[in-house]
Write a protein that binds this ligand. Structure first.
Ligand SMILES: O=P(O)(O)O[C@@H]1C[C@H](O)[C@@H](CO)O1
Ligand SMILES: O=c1cc[nH]c(=O)[nH]1
Length: 282
């Protein structure tokens, strides 16, 4: 990555190289990202407790813009990315620029997310091996200058294994390593029949989800492919850790209570928190 502008603006973060980025962000070793500002704020507060930084004040660094929210506790930066590939892609461009100008080294990126499971007990945590597209291929396709560009989407296998090892200390939920399918849509794109429109039958849906299962897909979400592809391009160690909210072989609608959902959402947080704590030898 080579950036040569004198002042480089990270427009959606409301930060630029006019700020002292090395002073504020130079110590960052982990960046955790996830869909919602609430999740990332609560992760930042949680990690402050885990790292014994309970006095750290957790505030939104991007306070002046409401595109994304960013929180920092010690060496851990938490950033929200919104829904889907375009939203996380913009955030990752600006994040990588930020890490570069802040002169950060040895950074690990982890996405903490939610997903729909395939053939799994709801609440299972899936650490992604490869992010595959809707045709079960490990690739991220983008149109650049009117041409299709394809990037590979494997994630760091060593990091995935280390996370799986940490999960053995959290026996209250199951954690597995498997492929995630990354889609462009929550409804028809994920073979749901409960959107505004539906262009397929129940049998076609079942056949597709069975094929996904046979291809090794165990969960479906909406960001892992571009996340894996750009981390690979930037040579950054990365993992995707998503909890499943339902079993898509049994239905389309997420019917569990908010309490149960929030409890499920804590699972990637506690697994990644444990990993970070171990890694920083706290
Ligand atoms: O990080 P989150 O929980 O937002 O990720 C999944 C994929 C989509 O962004 C979203 C759809 O509900 O949930
Ligand atoms: O089914 C689901 C649940 C959460 N997120 C998704 O993208 N799909």
């Amino acid at each position: 990555m080579i950036f040569t502008f004198k002042y480089h603006f990270k427009y959606h973060f409301n930060l630029s190289t006019a700020h002292d980025l090395p002073k504020t962000f130079g110590d960052v070793k982990f960046v955790c990202v996830g869909g919602t500002p609430r999740r990332m704020k609560s992760f930042s507060e949680y990690i402050a407790g885990e790292l014994g930084l309970a006095d750290a004040s957790v505030f939104n660094i991007c306070g002046e813009t409401d595109r994304y929210a960013m929180y920092k506790t010690g060496p851990v930066l938490s950033v929200s990315h919104g829904i889907g590939i375009p939203s996380i892609s913009v955030m990752l461009h600006e994040l990588f620029k930020l890490l570069y100008y802040a002169q950060c080294t040895d950074v690990t990126l982890i996405r903490l997310g939610t997903s729909g499971g395939i053939g799994l007990e709801p609440g299972t945590v899936v650490v992604t091996k490869q992010a595959v597209d809707g045709r079960f291929q490990p690739r991220f396709k983008q149109t650049v200058l009117g041409k299709s560009v394809v990037w590979p989407t494997e994630l760091d296998s060593e990091l995935a294994e280390e996370l799986l090892k940490c999960s053995k200390e959290l026996p209250e939920f199951n954690t597995i390593i498997a492929n995630a399918m990354c889609t462009m849509d929550f409804y028809e794109g994920q073979a749901r029949m409960d959107g505004s429109f539906c262009s397929f039958t129940e049998e076609e849906k079942k056949k597709y989800l069975d094929e996904a299962h046979t291809a090794g897909v165990r969960n479906i979400e909406m960001e892992s492919s571009v996340f894996a592809a750009v981390c690979k391009r930037g040579n950054i160690r990365a993992a995707v850790v998503c909890v499943t909210l339902l079993d898509r072989l049994k239905g389309d609608q997420i019917t569990c209570s908010l309490d149960v959902l929030h409890n499920y959402e804590k699972r990637p947080k506690s697994l990644v928190g444990r990993y970070i704590k171990k890694h920083l030898s706290v």
